[in-house]
Design a protein around this ligand. Structure first.
Ligand SMILES: Nc1ncnc2c1ncn2[C@@H]1O[C@H](COP(=O)(O)OP(=O)(O)O)[C@@H](O)[C@H]1O
Ligand SMILES: [Mg+2]
Length: 387
């Protein structure tokens, strides 16, 4: 996680100013005085960045963008605090919602697109798709608006980082990767049931909050199955999705994909979480790369990223079942090896068995109470007879 520090001019305390831009006022965390932020680079906030943000980070020192206060959009009711992401269609800002005194994230359509009908329609549709998808693993939308030719929508601010950020330190722990995958699956299973296909699942669009919960973002390329119009922007020369994560049929014709394109992207993402890189060419199996992954997981990945959609899992729920079965396999093996792993899902498996044990306990208790009542009744009857 990168951060940018600035010394307080009064007490000298090093304040983290990574979410601010030049010209803004920040409050010193120690002496509470307001001071002016001076920064040479654009943004390096803890929550990850969109495509452009990553590019400028990758080329640090070569291509740094300076954001000054006048670049910041003025949106009534919100105080913009800093930039947290930049992508093809616009920027995402961290802001304070003044009426409720809470942090939010505001996505703003690039000004050069604000006069193009296709872009406005697609931007509005992203907001509408989010509004339709109220789910614990999907970023919640709060509001949408337009002011002086500026199109924006407001989301809950997810404090944390993107999966891309997490992967900067290399591959993830097995239990962590499985936990995120199962949560992404929950989100896309829900979206698919609402007839929404994400079409751009990749680590940049998976946010992970500080409690370790997944929130899927960026439904900018989402498709609503059966919708009459497709503002896919293919005609506008805009790439539809990101090559590595894109199913072969999506590369051929983005308009003709179905839910199985998301299964493909997730399979690639799962491989990347476990291998530290995306599968390319004659890629190695995960079990060849690390000792803590059962070959059953490789089978799940292989099936998710099959070239032909009909050879993949046909639904997110089917993929979830396969992963759970593969975890159960791992659990058996780890118990046999005497070293039990405590992944969230394994805990879930354990809690299912503890529910069963609880039921058994309740049955024993009921039996005990009933038999004590019968004994008591017999004793009372005897006492009454012997009076
Ligand atoms: N609700 C949010 N809370 C916090 N950060 C967010 C939120 N939404 C987006 N971001 C950040 O902004 C970046 C770009 O947002 P995204 O919706 O993916 O736009 P783009 O279409 O530009 O890729 C994300 O990768 C993430 O780092
Ligand atoms: Mg994105």
């Amino acid at each position: 996680m990168s951060s940018s520090k600035q010394k307080c001019p009064i007490c000298g305390f090093q304040n983290d100013v990574s979410i601010y831009v030049t010209g803004q006022k920040a409050r010193c965390q120690k002496c509470q005085i307001l001071f002016e932020v001076k920064r040479s680079e654009s943004f390096d906030g803890t929550i990850g960045q969109g495509e452009e943000g990553r590019k400028s980070e990758e080329h640090q020192g070569v291509q740094k963008e300076t954001l000054i206060f006048s670049d910041i959009p003025q949106i009534p009711g919100y105080e913009i605090i800093g930039v947290i992401g930049k992508g093809g269609m616009g920027s995402v800002y961290k802001a304070k919602q003044l009426s409720l005194n809470r942090m939010v994230a505001i996505k703003v359509l690039k000004s050069e697109f604000a006069s193009q009908k296709d872009f406005i329609l697609r931007f509005n549709r992203e907001a509408e798709v989010l509004a339709r998808l109220s789910h614990p693993n999907i970023v919640p939308i709060i509001d949408k608006g337009a002011k002086d030719g500026l199109f924006y929508f407001v989301m809950e601010f997810i404090d944390g980082e993107t999966l891309r950020h997490k992967l900067k330190n290399g591959r993830l722990r097995f239990d962590e990767a499985i936990k995120y995958t199962l949560q992404i699956l929950r989100a896309i299973s829900f979206a698919h049931k609402q007839n929404v296909i994400h079409r751009d699942l990749k680590p940049e669009n998976v946010l992970i909050d500080t409690s370790g919960n997944v929130r899927i973002a960026d439904f900018g390329l989402a498709d609503i199955v059966g919708a009459q119009n497709d503002y896919s922007l293919t005609g506008s020369g805009m790439a539809m999705g990101t090559a590595h994560y894109m199913a072969p049929e999506q590369r051929r014709d983005a308009k003709r994909v179905d839910r199985r394109a998301d299964i493909f992207s997730l399979g690639i993402t799962l491989y990347e979480m476990l291998a530290g890189e995306v599968p390319q060419g004659n890629f190695k199996k995960i079990c060849q790369l690390r000792g803590d992954v059962n070959p059953a997981i490789d089978l799940v990945i292989e099936k998710s990223i099959a070239s032909k959609p009909q050879e993949r899992y046909q639904s997110a729920d089917e993929m979830t079942t396969a992963i759970r079965a593969a975890i159960a396999e791992v659990e058996k093996k780890t118990i046999a090896a005497g070293e039990k792993q405590e992944s969230d899902e394994l805990i879930e498996v354990k809690s299912i068995s503890s529910v069963k044990e609880n039921k058994k306990l309740k049955r024993y208790l009921l039996f005990g109470v009933v038999s004590s009542l019968i004994v008591l009744a017999v004793v009372l009857l005897l006492v009454w007879l012997l009076r």
